[in-house]
Every structure is written in C-alpha cells, then in structure tokens.
Design a protein around this ligand. Structure first.
Ligand SMILES: NC(=O)c1ccc[n+]([C@@H]2O[C@H](COP(=O)([O-])OP(=O)(O)OC[C@H]3O[C@@H](n4cnc5c(N)ncnc54)[C@H](O)[C@@H]3O)[C@@H](O)[C@H]2O)c1
Ligand SMILES: O=CCCC(=O)O
Length: 504
C-alpha cells in the first residue's frame, strides 16, 4: 500500500553490503523533491571496511540549505495545524515502512558506518522504536489547568510546536539519531531540516524516502547532504537563521560548543548530545563475570564509537587482576572484519581521522609508561581503518586516554582503593553523559548512583539505551533530553493563557 520505492526486501547475510545500491536514493531531499546541489558538486560515500566508494551524493551549500529552510517554513504553516492524531497516524505509517525494510536499512548502515550486521539490525530496531514511541507520544502533548489564586481569573498552559528546526546528526548511529530527533520534532508539530553526517547520508535519505512513502507532506522533512567542507557554513546558517527555531545536535563537544555559541544570536532553543568520558566502576563485592560481560557490551558496541561507551574502567584493588584477566580473555574472542560477513562482531573505525585519533591516544599512553596488555596498534591486515582491540593498564591522570573520549576499541583499566577514591576518579572529568558501576551492596548502589556526576547510570548493566528512558548528559556532555516522554519538550514551547474578568 505504501511501499512505492521500498519494496520489502528479503535479505540474508551475504558478502556484499551493496546488493541494493541501485535502489538507494542518491539525491538530496528538499521540499518533497529529490535534487542535486545547484553547484552540481557531489561527494563520495565510502565503506569504511573496504575503503571503496559506495555512492556519490550532492554536496549542498548554504544557498541550497536556504531553500530547505524556506520549505520547512512553508510546510510548518499547515503541519502545525494538523491534529495530534493525524501526526500520530503518519508517524505510525512511517514506522511500519521502516520495520518492513529493517534488513534493507541494516545493510546500508553496515555499508556506510561499518557496523557488524547484527549490530546494525539492533540499531535499526532501536531507531525505528523512536518513530513508534513518538507516534504514541504525539497524542499526549498535554497542557495544564492550574487553580487560580484569583476568583475572576483562570490559568491554562498549552504546548505549541517551536517551529522549523535544524537537526545535525552523527555517523555512529546513522538512523537512530535521526529518528530520535525527527520523530519527536514531527510529533510536536515541528518541521525539520536534517543535516546528516557526511559519512552516512544514504541511511538518512532512505529514511526520508520512507517518510515520503508514508505520506508525510513535502517540506516537513528535508535532508541536506553536504561534504565536510560545506558543513560549517551550513551549520552556521541553520544556527543563525531567524527562520529556524531550534537546533538539535549529536556529535563532538567541540562542534556542540560552536553551535551553542552560534545559536546565541537568535536565542534559539538548543539540544546537545555531546561526547562522554564514561566511568565504569567495579567494586570488590561485584559479580566479576557479569561486570566483564557488561564491559564488553559497553566498550565494543560499534567498535567503541558510542557516546555512552565505557571510557575508563575503574576497578577496586582486590578484584583488579581478576577483572583484567577476564576482560582480556573476552577480548581475545572478538572477531574483526567487514561487518557484512557472518560471525564478525568488531568492525572498522569510521574513517582515517578516527584511526589517527585512537592511535595518538594509545601511543600517548605507551610513551607515558602504560602497559599494553593486548593490541596497541592498527590492524592493517584487515584494512586501513581497523584497529586492534586494545587493553591498557598502569594509567596516569595526564594520559589522553584518561582525559579524552577515545571513541575506539581501547579498554583502559585504572585501579582504586576506597569507594571515595573510586568516585573521585569517576567524577574527575568535565564530561558527564553515562556512568556504570557493578556492586552487590544495596547501600553502596544508592550512594554511588546518586554521587556519579552523569545524566545516565547503569547499575550492574553495560547497555542502558532505551526509547522509553531520558537520554542526555550533564557538565559539558550536553543540554536537554531525548527519547522518553521528555523528548518532545525540546520541540515545544509552553504558552500561558490567562482568562480574566470571569463572572461566577
Ligand atoms: N556524541 C556522539 O554520539 C558523537 C558522535 C560523533 C562523534 N563524536 C565525538 O567527536 C569526535 C570526532 O568525530 P567527528 O569529527 O565526526 O564529530 P563531529 O562533531 O565533527 O561531527 C558530527 C556531526 O556534526 C557535523 N559538523 C561538523 N562540524 C560542524 C560544524 N562546524 N557545524 C555544523 N555541523 C558540523 C558533522 O558533519 C556531523 O554531521 C569523535 O572522536 C567522538 O569523540 C561524538
Ligand atoms: O552515541 C550516541 C547515541 C548512543 C545511544 O543512543 O545509545
């Protein structure tokens, strides 16, 4: 009924992630049109596992982006007046198409982002769940009636959509970061201009095609594909345009700070999901086997390229040797390779810049006296973008691996003595996205969960992401929350309406 472009594709694991590349949309999507850049320029999309170009897409600039902003404004005039039920139904249509094509989408995620296929399927399910969730939440954009202190007055507060918004998304979750933002925005009655990461534009375009097939009107979703070169100017335009009412960004803290600054000129609403430096604390009473399982899941999800990935394992003295030994043993079982191949559970890093960053962080630790227990270098026999799973001990506070978000398959283990010391290490960072700890002492669980300076805590759990829960950070890890019933707050304004001179 709605699968115009997207026939349901029955997939099974094969050696090629590009089986359906002839069906991929490779034009930008503006005002319901599939278009090229006015300049005619394009850029290549590369499979990080093979280094081969898998598609070429338009390299839009600010003049093209202005057309998208205008389209989002025109569409907002009618979209804001649709009923919550109408928006809910359209989001549900979109969700149904996304689900029907989950295997197709997952293969694209693997081709663009390099994730092992089972992980891509997991991301697609996670990403799709935001569209389902916000199709449901759309109908619960409740206002409030508040008892007035004055007899002749009544107080009402309603929620209204912000207006057209700019959504700037990263490459590490090519579908989920789009649906988490666009799902909430559309449900609230906002229209959007999406600027996907230059590494993963195809997933974004396919998602937009499915939205079109679902009947979401032209101009409500626009996808502006752009190279790294054109991106800063496009970002500036979105931030400074008086016709864009909110910016939601997921990516590096550095870019997030720049966007925040740029948004000040129009006092725009800003949602930022930025980098973390997640502590993963293991106390001596914990179940070490469970802690190792959680550590593997948290650290090696998307080859460590996750904003909530454990960045520093902080292990109590008594269990330190056991944890390190068991973690190494688990790491030895990882199967590296092209994520499209069956059995692979560790893919490449996204690009050479990311490989260079990880290598710099590991070499810095080596030069400052750390012990490399396993790994410690590029895995060139697999390809240019692969890095060996690496385990490092003997860490000091001046090492880059202690301070920076690694975003790679590098596990850093730090020893501590008392709970107070463990917490001090965990909180000694200007980031505060996720934190994890393993303990079987109920009082300690409460103390530590409250004391960790982060927005999200995993207690005896290494994977915490969930559509139903509020995702976001404190300190320099960001502003606002995504997902959950709070997710739509980012896209709505509260309007207070006072009814006066009433007669009773
Ligand atoms: N929080 C996350 O999920 C996340 C995601 C990606 C990267 N990172 C962190 O950032 C580091 C570098 O990765 P990166 O260079 O791809 O991240 P990045 O922040 O540069 O890129 C993320 C998104 O921002 C866009 N962007 C870049 N510069 C911009 C600008 N001036 N204006 C507007 N948009 C801009 C990119 O095109 C992409 O869409 C990683 O090593 C990691 O530490 C975090
Ligand atoms: O890396 C950013 C998002 C990760 C997640 O939602 O679990």
């Amino acid at each position: 009924m709605f699968l115009k472009f997207s026939r349901c594709i029955n997939t099974s694991i094969t050696m090629s992630a590009q089986r359906y590349s002839s069906t991929w949309p490779t034009k930008a999507y503006v005002n319901g049109e599939w278009c090229n850049a006015k300049s005619g320029k394009t850029f290549d999309v590369v499979n990080p596992a093979t280094g081969k170009t898998i598609a070429t897409v338009p390299d839009l600039d600010t003049s093209d982006t202005q057309v998208a902003i205008n389209a989002a404004n025109e569409a907002f005039k009618t979209w804001k007046n649709t009923t919550a039920k109408e928006r809910s139904d359209l989001l549900r249509n979109w969700y149904n198409i996304l689900v029907k094509n989950k295997d197709y989408l997952a293969e694209i995620v693997t081709a663009e982002a390099g994730k092992p296929l089972p992980e891509s399927l997991g991301e697609v399910a996670y990403g799709n769940s935001f569209v389902e969730w916000f199709s449901e939440e759309a109908r619960r954009t409740y206002g409030e009636y508040v008892p007035s202190p004055i007899k002749t007055k009544e107080i009402l507060m309603i929620r209204q959509p912000l207006g057209p918004v700019g959504l700037i998304t990263p490459w590490n979750f090519p579908i989920a970061m789009i649906t988490r933002k666009a799902g909430a925005a559309l449900a609230a009655g906002c229209t959007c201009v999406i600027k996907p990461a230059e590494n993963t534009p195809i997933t974004a375009l396919v998602a937009a095609k499915f939205a079109e097939d679902a009947g979401i009107p032209k101009g409500v979703i626009n996808v502006v594909t752009a190279s790294r070169g054109n991106t800063p100017e496009i970002g500036k335009l979105l931030c400074e345009s008086p016709d864009i009412y909110g910016i939601s960004f997921t990516g590096s803290t550095e870019v997030g700070k720049l966007l925040y600054k740029q948004c000040s000129s129009t006092v725009k609403r800003v949602g930022l999901e930025l980098g973390g430096n997640a502590p993963f604390v293991v106390f001596e009473g914990a179940d070490i086997d469970k802690a190792v399982t959680g550590a593997m899941a948290s650290k090696f999800r998307n080859c460590g390229q996750t904003c909530v990935s454990a960045n520093r394992f902080i292990i109590q003295k008594k269990v330190f040797p056991e944890f390190v030994e068991k973690l190494k043993k688990a790491m030895d079982t990882l199967v590296m390779g092209d994520g499209i191949n069956s059995g692979v559970n560790l893919g490449p890093l996204i690009n050479l810049a990311q490989v260079e960053k990880v290598d710099r962080i590991v070499n810095d630790a080596k030069n400052k006296g750390a012990n490399i227990i396993t790994g410690g270098k590029r895995a060139l026999n697999f390809g240019e973008r692969f890095y060996e799973p690496t385990l490092i001990t003997n860490i000091t506070e001046d090492m880059a691996c202690y301070i920076e978000e690694i975003f790679g398959p590098v596990a850093v283990c730090i020893e501590f003595d008392t709970e107070e010391e463990g917490l001090k290490i965990a909180n000694s960072t200007n980031r505060g996205l996720a934190g994890y700890f393993y303990s079987n002492d109920l009082s300690q669980v409460w103390r530590v969960a409250k004391a960790l300076e982060v927005g999200m805590v995993g207690v005896n759990e290494g994977i915490i992401s969930s559509t139903e829960a509020a995702f976001g950070g404190v300190k320099e890890s960001g502003l606002g929350r995504e997902g959950s019933h709070h997710g739509m707050d980012e896209y709505t304004e509260i309007k207070y309406i006072c009814f006066g001179n009433l007669k009773y």
